[in-house]
Design a protein around this ligand. Structure first.
Ligand code: GUN
Ligand code: ZN
Length: 437
């Protein structure tokens, strides 16, 4: 602590919540530090200090103060799997995965051949997610390199942290949405070299899923990953049973769905496997052995009828799990709504997730899956200053419930279950006030 206060410092007051441990393993109550009247000092885009408000006010008397009252200051929310090109077709009715892709998704993604569609959608998508308190996103793009350029450029302008990649598909998709093994490699490599590690942007090698990539394309992308092992690799795994049956037909030599990736160099610690619902024991063992990231996308579990993710079982065996909207197979842009869906899926599987576990998944859990927990996902000195301030009484329905809360968890849970962008009182990204509601 010190007394010099450059003008790029900000002292935020409110309730603060930070994680000292993993609430799935250490227990919800003993993994959190909560200050009812707390403060966070931001400096040069980083969190410089956190503690009781009185202590920090005394330590930094010159820092400009923003007082959020009873608002809950949390690390910014991290959406570990989304499809920004599906923004305008979210909530499309009546289909399960494969029909949903063919009827709604592929026609929409074809529109991104037009760079203006990409630029306009990227801006709208990042505005929507920011308004929902999401400060980091891992997103698929379309097969068009310009769709990747558009999203990176828009995130760079806003200061949002972004992981993104060109979605690669060379079969089982409309002709206009197909690349080749070689062009997928070349385009991905060029985009990676241009954007990976630029500011807060990083590139993820992105085969959509095994049904839409030939073995040659999977191998080419496996080679690219081997050449750039510091990149993440994002894809889909075992979302619906008919998808899995199709994978078995397409890859008769593979032991299981995960093996279609493993055989082609696409299984590793920086691998992000979206959905991971219907896993075999071998797949679970291999995912844990390599310490891959499993991304739970709870709203599409029900919205496109995929099935119920086994959070309790997978956590108990030590899997690395993040949380995500999966916009627009997911039915919301909101990570609050996504936490609520994770709670509901847990209930249907006989495991009630504690509010601390839900909040942890949307922050630390996702940052661990993205291998960025040294930089984002928690309120702690040295972390990037990405924060969301939640109004725990944002609607009359929530306010009357939280007024009866006996403790902080009862105060937070109604906002998790019933909250949306109206609960987002402010968003700070990279140390700058990005939105206030
Ligand atoms: N599997 C392959 N592509 C997709 C997609 O765009 N959304 C979802 N939910 N699953 C997929
Ligand atoms: Zn997806």
């Amino acid at each position: 602590m010190e007394n010099a206060h450059p003008s790029n410092s900000n002292l935020l007051l409110g309730q603060t919540m930070s994680f000292t441990d993993d609430p799935f393993h250490a227990g919800p109550e003993s993994s959190v530090t909560h200050h009812r009247r707390g403060a966070v000092l931001l400096r040069d885009g980083m969190i410089a200090d956190i503690g009781p408000a009185d202590t920090l006010r005394a330590a930094y008397p010159g820092a400009p103060v923003t007082d959020y009252g009873a608002g809950l200051i949390s690390a910014g929310l991290i959406d570990a799997h989304a499809h920004y090109p599906q923004t305008a077709m979210i909530a499309s009715w009546g289909k399960r995965l494969i029909d949903w892709l063919n009827s709604y998704t592929f026609p929409e993604e074809m529109r991104f051949a037009d760079p203006e569609v990409a630029t306009e959608t990227a801006a709208r998508y990042l505005d929507l997610t920011r308004a929902n308190g999401t400060t980091t996103i891992a997103s698929f793009c379309t097969i068009h390199p310009t769709s990747v350029e558009a999203l990176f450029a828009a995130a760079q302008m806003r200061g949002q942290r972004l992981v993104a990649g060109k979605t690669c598909m060379d079969r089982n998709a409309p002709v206009d949405l197909r690349d080749t093994a070689q062009s997928a490699y070349d385009d991905s490599k060029a985009l990676l070299e241009r954007w990976h590690g630029v500011g807060r942007l990083s590139y993820a090698i992105t085969p959509r899923f095994s049904p839409t990539s030939s073995p040659a394309q999977l191998s080419a992308l496996g080679s690219l990953w081997a050449e750039h092992p510091d990149c993440l690799m994002q894809t889909h795994l075992s979302e619906q049973t008919d998808e899995i049956a199709w994978v078995h037909e397409l890859f008769p030599e593979a032991r299981d769905y995960l093996d279609t990736y493993e055989m082609h160099g696409l299984l590793g610690p920086g691998g992000l496997y979206g959905h991971a619902i219907h896993l075999t024991p071998r797949e679970r063992d291999r995912l844990r052995e390599v310490d891959a990231g499993l991304i739970h996308c709870p709203t599409p579990n029900t919205f496109i009828g995929s099935g119920l993710f086994d959070m309790a079982g997978l956590m108990a065996e030590g899997q690395r799990i993040g949380l995500a909207t999966d916009t627009g197979g997911g039915s919301s842009f909101s990570m609050l709504r996504t936490m609520a869906a994770a709670y509901e899926i847990g209930q249907l599987r006989g495991a009630a997730l504690h509010p601390a576990q839900l909040l942890w998944l949307a922050t630390v859990g996702s940052s661990r899956a993205l291998r960025m927990d040294d930089r984002i996902g928690n309120l702690a000195p040295g972390m990037e200053a990405d924060l969301v301030v939640l109004d725990l009484a944002s609607t009359p329905a929530i306010a009357q419930r939280s007024a009866r809360a006996g403790d902080i968890w009862e105060a937070i849970f109604p906002t998790i279950m019933m909250g949306d962008d109206r609960a987002v009182q402010a968003v700070w990204m990279n140390g700058t006030l990005a939105a206030s509601g």
